[in-house]
Structures are given as structure tokens and as C-alpha cells.
Design a protein around this ligand. Structure first.
Ligand SMILES: [Zn+2]
Ligand SMILES: [Zn+2]
Ligand SMILES: [Zn+2]
Length: 329
């Protein structure tokens, strides 16, 4: 596997011939009694009669390896490098059937604390530019394991979509001296057209220009660029985040079981890029958030191969249906 940069769009892609092919999961390797568990990186303490509450493990077939040098090099006009970085599996719960939508708030809080500690730790590696957390649930979403898991990748580049957000956040801040996400939250709260729910320090809303039907974002209402900062410093508020995530997932799941979840946090500030200058105002111009992208097979009609997103349910309709969805709480 290696990383190649598209010279036109400047996005990195990971490519190569995967020797392992699709995996068949016979027994769960993430349950506490698994015979051959992958290498454990960190464990959150046991609570309420379970051996542990959340865990980080090395991905069994990692896309990125922590050892070695990226050896970034040119090939004529092209750029390539080795896939150096980290690829971890975050086991959200020791119980095989406790998912983010049916686990207790306390259990989801442990998962967030685990995630925050891993992101914080990986960002200290001076080679790492960005740490991504994501979850793919359902066959069409590319789910890999049956156990409740998310994944973390730590890369030597900033993924393209995050880069768009960072550039847009910086540009907005340069002209207005305000955070664009804070402004979005203020306007959405004032208009009350697309807010699914507010809970303590957190808000869930349908974005004004959704990429897919029922797309939902969860943001902290108080400005903070880094998720791991909020999660480690303001631990008392994690219960609200756990509750709003669980409730939003329950709402989305009344329309489809399959979804992608991504956490967008600030890039590593150990990389103050002089030419790009993203990080000079990063604490003020970026605002962490979670994006939920439901996968609706029948409505995934694509125009010109996703160059223009097509979402046949407007945010104003989606928010009404999501608010009225019957959930357990
Ligand atoms: Zn399991
Ligand atoms: Zn903000
Ligand atoms: Zn985002």
C-alpha cells in the first residue's frame, strides 16, 4: 500500500494491491473472551461488572503502519509516500450488542474518553498531521466488524474534506473575526428551522445544504476547536454528548440502519505550516463536530458521480421527521 497525491485536486489516495482480500469473521475477535485479540493499545477501566468499558487495538489489517519513514518523493510531476501513520480499532463497548444507540450514557461516555485519549496521544507524534475518527455501520456503509467498533487513522496529511473545512473556516475568520460554525449555530438556534434537538452544551441539526437525506451534525454550543480538549477538560459535559448522539442515532435509525459517522477535530498544532498557515488561528477559526451520514439505498441516486450531491429530502422536512421519530430516549 502507498499514498499517491492527485496533482489536480491535491488529495491523497491510498492505493495498492490488498493481499488479504475480504475477511470472513467466524468468531468475534473483540469480545472480552476472544482467544486471539489484536494488540491492545489502551483500555478504559471496568465498570458495572464488565472486564473493561472501551478499548483501543491495532487494526488487524492496518492501512497505515506506525514504523518507518514516509519517504515522500516525487515521480515526475507526481507525489508519493509510504503509508506511515496509525490505524486503530476503538472497541466502543465490551458487550457485543451494546451499540452507540442502545448503550447507556455512561458506556458511551467511556467510549468518548477513550477516543479523546487516543486522539490526544496520536497528535503528540510530530509526524502526524491529522487524526480521524469514523464509524461505518451496515453492509452498504462498508462495516468491517460485527462488534460495536469505530476506527481511528492518524495520517501525515489532512484528509481532503477536512482540508476544505479548515480553509473555509480560516477564510471566514480572516474577514469576520468569527468562527463560521459558531455563526451557523447562532443562526440555526434563532431560526429554529433545522434544529433537531439541543441538550445542555450540545446541539443536533440538519445542515442547510445536506449531502444525503437525514444528514445530521452534532456540535458543542460553546466554541472549541479540538474534540479531545472538550472531552478531557470538560468531562462533566460528556453525558450530554452521549445522550444527544444516542438519541440522534435512534432518530436516524427509524429511516435506515446504515450510516457513516465522522468526527472532525482540529489538525495537529505541532505542524504550524508556514506556507499554508492553517494553524495560526486554528483555536479560533475551527470548531469540532460529529457528522452523521445515513445511507439510504433507494435515495442514493447520484448525479455525475457525486460531483453534485443530490439529497431528495430537504433539511426542513428531514428535521420534522427526525424530531417526531419515536425513540426510547
Ligand atoms: Zn464481540
Ligand atoms: Zn466556533
Ligand atoms: Zn466536518
Amino acid at each position: 500500500m502507498e499514498l499517491r497525491k492527485d496533482p489536480i485536486t491535491r488529495s491523497w489516495v491510498i492505493t495498492g494491491d490488498d493481499p488479504t482480500g475480504p475477511r470472513v469473521e467466524s468468531v468475534c475477535r473483540f469480545c472480552p473472551d476472544a482467544a486471539s485479540a489484536p494488540q491492545v493499545i489502551a483500555t478504559m477501566p471496568n465498570t458495572g461488572g464488565v472486564p473493561w468499558s472501551a478499548r483501543a487495538l491495532v487494526h488487524p489489517t492496518p492501512l497505515y503502519h506506525i514504523e518507518g519513514e514516509p519517504a515522500r518523493r516525487g515521480d515526475g510531476l507526481y507525489d508519493r509516500m509510504h503509508s506511515v501513520g496509525a490505524h486503530e480499532v476503538l472497541v466502543e463497548n465490551s458487550r457485543h450488542d451494546h451499540h452507540l444507540w442502545n448503550a447507556s450514557e455512561a458506556e458511551i461516555e467511556w467510549f468518548f474518553r477513550m477516543a479523546a485519549e487516543r486522539i490526544f496521544d496520536l497528535k503528540r507524534d510530530p509526524r502526524i498531521k491529522y487524526v480521524s475518527l469514523f464509524k461505518d455501520y451496515g453492509g452498504s456503509a462498508g462495516q468491517e466488524f460485527s462488534h460495536p467498533t469505530s476506527q481511528i487513522t492518524a495520517t501525515m496529511f489532512v484528509p481532503r474534506r477536512v482540508l476544505y473545512e479548515l480553509r473555509a473556516g480560516r477564510e471566514y475568520f480572516l474577514t469576520k473575526e468569527r468562527c463560521v460554525f459558531c455563526d451557523i449555530i447562532n443562526q440555526e438556534e434563532r431560526q429554529a428551522l433545522r434544529v433537531i434537538e439541543s441538550r445542555g452544551d450540545y446541539i443536533a441539526l440538519c445542515p442547510y445544504a445536506p449531502r444525503v437525506p437525514y444528514e445530521a451534525w452534532i456540535l458543542p454550543r460553546n466554541h472549541d476547536a479540538a474534540f479531545e480538549h472538550t472531552a478531557l477538560v470538560r468531562q462533566g459535559q460528556l453525558a450530554d454528548l452521549a445522550a444527544i448522539l444516542r438519541r440522534t442515532l435512534q432518530r436516524v435509525r427509524t429511516f435506515t440502519e446504515e450510516f457513516h459517522l465522522v468526527l472532525h477535530t482540529s489538525p495537529s498544532s505541532q505542524h504550524p505550516s508556514k506556507t499554508l498557515g492553517y494553524w495560526k488561528t486554528i483555536d479560533d477559526d475551527y470548531h469540532w463536530h460529529i457528522e452523521l451520514l445515513p445511507v439510504l439505498g433507494s435515495k442514493a441516486r447520484s448525479y455525475t458521480f457525486k460531483e453534485v450531491y443530490y439529497s431528495p429530502v430537504s433539511s426542513e422536512t428531514a428535521v420534522k421527521q427526525l424530531r417526531e421519530a419515536k425513540i426510547d430516549g
